[in-house]
Design a protein around this ligand. Structure first.
Ligand code: PRT
Ligand code: ZN
Length: 298
C-alpha cells in the first residue's frame, strides 16, 4: 500500500464501516472530492484533488494522526477526547465540528437507585469503555469510584452484577430504557469532528488542508441553513427581523399593488422551529415558506 501513497498528497483517515462512515464520505463528496477505491477497500485515491482516504476503525484514527501517517481524520469527539487529553493538543485537536453523529457520554444507574448528585457515585463500580474521560470527570467532581473497563456491552453490566452503574454513549436513550437504566449525568456532548495536528504541514499539504477546511465550513453552514420567505406589514419588519434565528440581514422588497405590505427573505443558519413561525405570525407575518439551501456563494 505504501507504494501507492505519496506524502505530497494529503491523507484523511475516516471510519471504514460504522455510524460515521457514510456521513463522513458524503461530507467529503460535497466538498468536491472524488475517490477511486483500491481493491483491498482500505485506501481511496483522490481523483479530483491530491487528497486520499484511509478507511480504518475509528479507534485507530487519533493514533494515525499522532504517528504522522494521516494529516486529518473524522471521529467522534468522544474518541478524540478519550485518547488525546487537552495537554496533548499539539498531537491532534478538533479543527471543525461536523454536525452529524451526535450523542452524549453519560452516567446511568438502575432505575431504582437513588441519585441526587455526583457524590452519590462515591465508591460505586462504574463500567465503561471510556476510562480516561470517566476518570477525568470523577476527579473534577471529587468522587472516588471504581472504574471497571469493558470492551463492549456496557449496558448489561449492572444486571450481570459486574458494576453498579455505567458510563456509555447515549443517543435516543432506547438502549438505557431497554436495560432499566436511567441517565443521571452527562459528561461529554459529542458529534463527529474533523481532527488534525494543531499546526498545518509546511508543504503543499498545508495549502490543501486550508482549502479543504474552507470547503467544509461552506458545506456545514449550508446544511444547517434555511431560506425563509414571508410577507408582512412594513411596520412589522424590525420585530420579525429580531425573531429570526441568527443569519444574514433580510432582504425587504415591496409587494406589487400594496403600499403597506412587504416581502422579506432571509438565510438563517439555525433551525427554524414551529415556535419561530408562530411568533412571526403573531407579529404580522403571513405566507411563510422555509426552504433548504443547496449551495451558497457570497
Ligand atoms: O468498528 P469501529 O471501531 O470503527 O466502530 P465502533 O463500533 O467503535 O463505532 P460506531 O460505528 O458504533 O460509532 C462511531 C461513533 O458514532 C461513536 O464514537 C460516536 O461518536 C457516534 N455515535 C453516535 C454513537 C452513537 N451515536 C450511539 N448511539 N456511538 C455509539 N452508540 C451506541 C452506544 O454505545 C449504545 O450502545 O448506541 C447505543 C445507544 O444508542 P441509543 O439510541 O439506544 O441511545
Ligand atoms: Zn471503534
Amino acid at each position: 500500500m505504501s507504494a501507492v501513497i505519496q506524502r505530497d498528497r494529503l491523507r484523511i483517515a475516516v471510519q471504514k464501516s460504522g455510524r460515521l462512515s457514510e456521513s463522513s464520505q458524503d461530507l467529503l463528496a460535497r466538498c468536491g472530492l472524488k475517490f477511486r477505491q483500491s481493491r483491498d477497500k482500505l485506501f481511496c485515491f483522490g481523483e479530483s484533488m491530491a487528497i486520499d482516504l484511509l478507511l480504518v476503525r475509528d479507534d485507530d484514527i487519533p493514533g494515525l494522526i499522532a504517528q504522522g501517517v494521516c494529516d486529518l481524520g473524522i471521529v467522534g469527539r468522544n474518541v478524540l477526547s478519550e485518547q488525546i487529553g487537552a495537554d496533548q493538543s499539539s498531537i491532534a485537536v478538533e479543527l471543525r465540528a461536523l454536525g452529524f453523529g451526535r450523542c452524549r457520554l453519560s452516567i446511568a444507574l438502575p432505575q431504582d437507585v437513588f441519585y441526587e448528585g455526583a457524590q452519590d457515585l462515591d465508591r460505586l463500580r462504574i463500567a465503561t469503555t471510556y476510562p480516561a474521560l470517566l476518570n477525568r470527570w470523577l476527579k473534577s467532581q471529587n468522587v472516588v469510584a471504581d472504574v471497571v473497563v469493558l470492551s463492549g456491552s456496557v449496558e448489561i453490566a449492572p444486571r450481570l452484577g459486574t458494576a453498579d452503574a455505567i458510563c456509555d454513549l447515549v443517543s435516543s436513550g432506547a438502549t438505557l430504557a431497554a436495560n432499566q437504566l436511567r441517565e443521571v449525568a452527562t459528561i461529554l456532548e459529542s458529534e463527529a469532528v474533523l481532527i488534525g495536528p494543531s499546526s498545518a504541514p509546511v508543504d503543499e499539504r498545508g495549502e490543501l488542508r486550508e482549502l479543504l477546511l474552507r470547503r467544509v465550513d461552506g458545506v456545514v453552514q449550508v446544511r444547517e441553513s434555511k431560506l425563509v420567505m414571508l410577507q408582512a406589514p412594513r411596520n412589522a419588519v424590525s420585530t420579525i427581523t429580531r425573531l429570526l434565528p441568527e443569519g444574514q440581514e433580510p432582504t425587504v422588497m415591496s409587494v406589487e399593488g400594496s403600499v403597506d405590505d412587504v416581502a422579506m427573505q432571509a438565510v438563517c443558519y439555525g433551525a427554524i422551529t414551529w415556535q419561530h413561525l408562530e411568533a412571526m405570525k403573531q407579529a404580522g407575518a403571513c405566507r411563510m415558506l422555509v426552504l433548504p439551501v443547496e449551495k451558497m456563494l457570497a
